[in-house]
Design a protein around this ligand. Structure first.
Ligand SMILES: *[C@@H]1O[C@H](CO)[C@@H](O)[C@H](O)[C@H]1NC(C)=O
Ligand SMILES: *[C@@H]1O[C@H](CO)[C@@H](O)[C@H](O)[C@H]1NC(C)=O
Ligand SMILES: [Ca+2]
Ligand SMILES: [Ca+2]
Length: 822
């Protein structure tokens, strides 16, 4: 059983350049002195001559010797050798003997290229692995400044040099036979494939370590960053973990913790499908903090994997820990070919929802009853996007259905294909670098004459409920359900023929797409609209006088005016001076003279990086750490609430009115007259909660905080208030948009007061029935969230044509402070 061995790699050169430089690294040319006017005098003139002479001498005698060290990584298959266990141990005589043979042959190979031969310094073999034997090496060159690109280019066609060298070996009996040569280097035509990792250039590591781990059937290994979990990882350190499995197995690397600095430029982990850090074999780069609930597992294509980690001088986080196990080739987790039959079924890419292995090809053939056709819908489609930035064709990872390739990430259920016959083939392909989470698909047998029984068929072949046609929401994903519609009186008739719900009128967002819904919303040309809807001349904006009457023409006038007249719209600092900036609190800039706008700002942040798989409705663990579930003895969850301090929660008044007895589900028809309701309550806890990654407060907005119509906000909850519905096991989230007060008031028959706030489902969104009474309406601002509202009546279900109603927290800010001190 091998346990991770730790050895300091003293040979590591801290000034190494990995891989070719792209555009940087040109030594700055020394500039000659500028023209000097004769009047300035002979002394300066002579000095200039002397300097120029010096520069010329430097240029011709030394400059051509300015060389930079360049390292290239590569791998090479030796087909006439058999792998021995001793090759895993770099101290063994067997390893050394074979390594010597490899390096001497590399020298011969480089001698076949004039550029490489001149600048070659030497190579070291980093590791060997099975198959027959694969050698992983680093080659060092000293390249004159300006020649880097030529060397990169020569390295990128190393396979041709290997052929050349092979023909010149006179004693083929002794020589190693090389195949599958792969080297870092950059051909002139390549732009994205191999790019220099400038972080490895600019950082000078003070330490480097190399570990190795061999997983076996009866041994699951573990790797972790130094110090984990007791202390943060070290600064300025480069680490490598060589992972191996037995022959005919692949490696499964399963992270249970990944907690690095959020900026990958500073600290990062990279995973390679190789034993040497070669960018053509990179699987993924990781940084930031991943929620433990989001799966993070990788699989190799062969029986080796390399994990590297680099850190800079600041901000050391806890680090990572991962399990290393082996999976037999051909096991169920990896097989992905198949013949599928029946009326309906599902299939997915290998390892879904975890990362698929690189270099994989799968093919499914689907057959349904004769007379029917096959329809495939991708419920999730999350292929790697890397490398696709500059190109539309799917030249890296793709799925091919009916001869049509699809790649990258696609919204749920928008990729759909129907066959012409009763069979269909689906191919999944992943190339050698960058992996993704893959796809999850369903198929069904359908009648080609009636592909959407009792439903509307979109142009992209999706079937949607008939009611969703012409309801103002893009349900098909490509708008075909919203074309050629007659709008109802509740809708805005857009000039382009679309119908949109009235509540998106005049909210500053162009919902029609042609601006119809934002026309006639206010003032004439040359005028600005005040917050109180008055129109004043644009010339009055920021002229220092309150022309609107509410001060809104003097807000956000570039610089923050301090000590302006206090109005309902200005922010009041602790020293009672007012400032003109809108929403200055906790925005990272000190705006008040006394800094009070940036006090008490440890709020509204979730600690985890949102994982990409969460595109739907499940909230990620720790994503809304202020969300509370209120339970009543013997009835379980009844309401939501939000943490605002270690001792205090905010919820809805109607959640606590009955003094501990379970309330019936509140509905819009609750006998309370909503217009007179102050539907908010504070709850004091017996003892303070301890903040953690999963428990933190939301930011309370200042009384003047502006949440304009059109803002996108989050509602969250377990959905327990849904009539007849059951609470979801996982916290649900949905995005909604704030609706203009007066529009909402009209739609709701005049029941909306200034203490309420309306929000509705996003155009194109689905019904969002996630809120629980008392739960938060969270408004993102910068990198934190403010509590804009408390789910009140309208049961938190944001429905298409019915807004959800929330208690407007800003109206109760003073009261909250008075009662809680928060
Ligand atoms: C590696 O080889 C050296 C030299 O033969 C030996 O001393 C050492 O114990 C080996 N290490 C392992 C882990 O087998
Ligand atoms: C809300 O809508 C009304 C009428 O559609 C419009 O006059 C008003 O300016 C809007 N309010 C805001 C704050 O945009
Ligand atoms: Ca629709
Ligand atoms: Ca609009």
């Amino acid at each position: 059983m091998s346990s991770p061995s730790c050895e300091m790699d003293k040979d590591w050169d801290t000034s190494v350049q990995f891989l070719p430089a792209s555009d940087n690294k040109k030594l700055e040319k020394k500039k000659g002195p500028g023209k000097v006017g004769a009047v300035i005098g002979v002394v300066i003139f002579l000095a200039v001559i002397a300097l120029m002479t010096g520069l010329l001498v430097w240029h011709f005698h030394f400059r051509k010797d300015v060389r930079v060290k360049r390292m290239y990584s590569g791998s090479i298959r030796i087909i006439n050798q058999v792998f021995e266990d001793a090759y895993e141990n770099s101290s063994s005589s067997e390893f050394k003997a074979l390594a010597n043979q490899v390096t001497s042959q590399l020298k011969v190979i480089y001698s076949k290229s004039p550029q490489l031969a001149k600048y070659y310094v030497g190579s070291t073999v980093q590791a060997f692995s099975e198959g027959s034997v694969i050698a992983y090496y680093l080659s060092e060159f000293r390249v004159p400044v300006g020649q880097e690109a030529a060397v990169d280019n020569a390295m990128s066609s190393m396979d041709k040099l290997v052929d050349k060298a092979r023909r010149s070996f006179h004693t083929p009996g002794n020589a190693l036979v090389f195949e599958d040569v792969m080297s870092s280097g950059r051909a002139k035509t390549q732009t994205t494939d191999i790019s220099l990792d400038t972080r490895l250039l600019s950082t000078s590591f003070s330490d480097s370590f190399k570990f190795s781990e061999h997983a076996r059937t009866d041994h699951i290994g573990q790797i972790q960053s130094p110090g984990f979990p007791d202390s943060p990882y070290p600064s300025n350190t480069f680490l490598q973990w060589e992972l191996r499995a037995d022959p005919n197995h692949v490696i499964k690397l399963e992270f249970d913790t990944m907690n690095l600095e959020a900026n990958c430029k500073n600290d990062f982990v990279k995973i390679y499908d190789s034993l040497v850090a070669i960018e053509r074999r990179i699987m993924e780069e990781l940084c930031g903090y991943y929620s433990p609930s989001s799966p993070l597992t990788f699989m190799s294509s062969g029986n080796v994997m390399l994990v590297t980690m680099a850190t800079n001088d600041k901000k050391n986080y806890p680090g990572f820990r991962a399990k290393v196990s082996q999976v037999p080739r051909g096991s169920k987790a990896l097989t992905c070919n198949g013949h599928l039959t029946g009326e309906r079924g599902t299939f997915s890419s290998p390892n879904f929802p975890n990362y698929y292995p690189p270099q994989t090809r799968c093919e499914w053939s689907i057959t349904v009853d004769p007379g029917k056709v096959v329809k495939v819908t991708f419920r999730k489609f999350l292929l790697s996007k890397s490398g696709l930035e500059n190109s539309k064709d799917c030249w890296k990872d793709y799925v091919e259905v009916n001869g049509k390739k699809v790649c990258g990430e696609q919204p749920d259920r928008t990729v759909t294909e129907t066959s012409k016959t009763n069979t269909m083939s689906v191919v999944f392909f992943s190339d050698a670098s960058y992996v993704g989470r893959g796809f999850d698909a369903e198929f069904e047998a359908i009648d080609s004459n009636d592909p959407c029984p009792d439903q509307f068929q979109c142009r992209n072949q999706r079937c949607i409920k008939k009611e969703l046609q012409c309801d103002g929401w893009n349900d098909c994903g490509e708008m075909s359900d919203e074309l050629n519609c007659k709008c109802s009186s509740k809708d805005i008739s857009c000039k382009n023929g679309l119908c949109k719900p009235m509540f998106w009128k005049c909210d500053g967002v162009d919902d029609c797409g042609d601006g119809t819904d934002e026309e006639n919303c206010g003032c004439q040309a040359g005028q600005m609209k005040c917050k109180n809807n008055k129109c004043v001349s644009e010339k009055n904006q920021c002229d220092g006088r309150d022309d609107c009457g509410d001060g809104s023409d003097e807000l956000n006038c570039g610089r923050v005016a301090s000590g302006v007249t206090c109005t309902d719209l200005t922010y009041r600092c602790k020293n009672n001076k007012c400032i003109s900036k809108v929403n200055p609190e906790c925005d990272g800039t000190r705006d008040c003279e006394d800094g009070s706008d940036e006090e008490n700002c440890d709020c509204g942040r979730s600690m985890f990086k949102t994982s990409r798989i969460v595109g739907g409705q499940d909230a990620d663990e720790g994503e809304f750490p202020w969300q509370v579930s209120l339970h009543v003895k013997n009835s379980g969850h009844v309401c939501g609430a939000s943490i605002i301090s270690p001792r205090w929660l905010v919820t809805a008044a109607h959640c606590v009115q009955d003094d501990g007895r379970t309330r019936s589900y509140p509905t819009p028809t609750t006998t309370n007259t909503p217009t007179t309701m102050n539907d908010i309550a504070l709850m004091e806890l017996d003892g303070p909660v301890t903040y953690s990654d999963h428990i933190r407060p939301v930011c309370l907005p200042a009384a003047q905080h502006d949440f304009p119509a059109g803002n996108t906000v989050w509602i969250t909850g377990w959905g327990a208030t849904r009539e007849g519905g059951f609470a979801a096991p996982v916290l649900q989230k949905a995005q909604v948009r704030i609706i203009n007060d007066s529009v909402c008031n009209n739609l709701m028959g005049g029941q909306i007061t200034s203490r309420m706030l309306c929000a509705g489902v996003l155009s194109g969104g689905i019904d969002a029935c996630q809120g629980d009474s008392g739960g938060p309406l969270s408004n993102p601002s910068g990198n934190r969230m403010f509590l804009a509202g408390v789910v009140s009546w309208g049961d938190g279900c944001a429905r298409r044509n019915k807004p959800g109603i929330y208690t407007r927290v800003t109206k109760f800010r003073g009261w909250i402070n008075e009662k809680t001190g928060v």
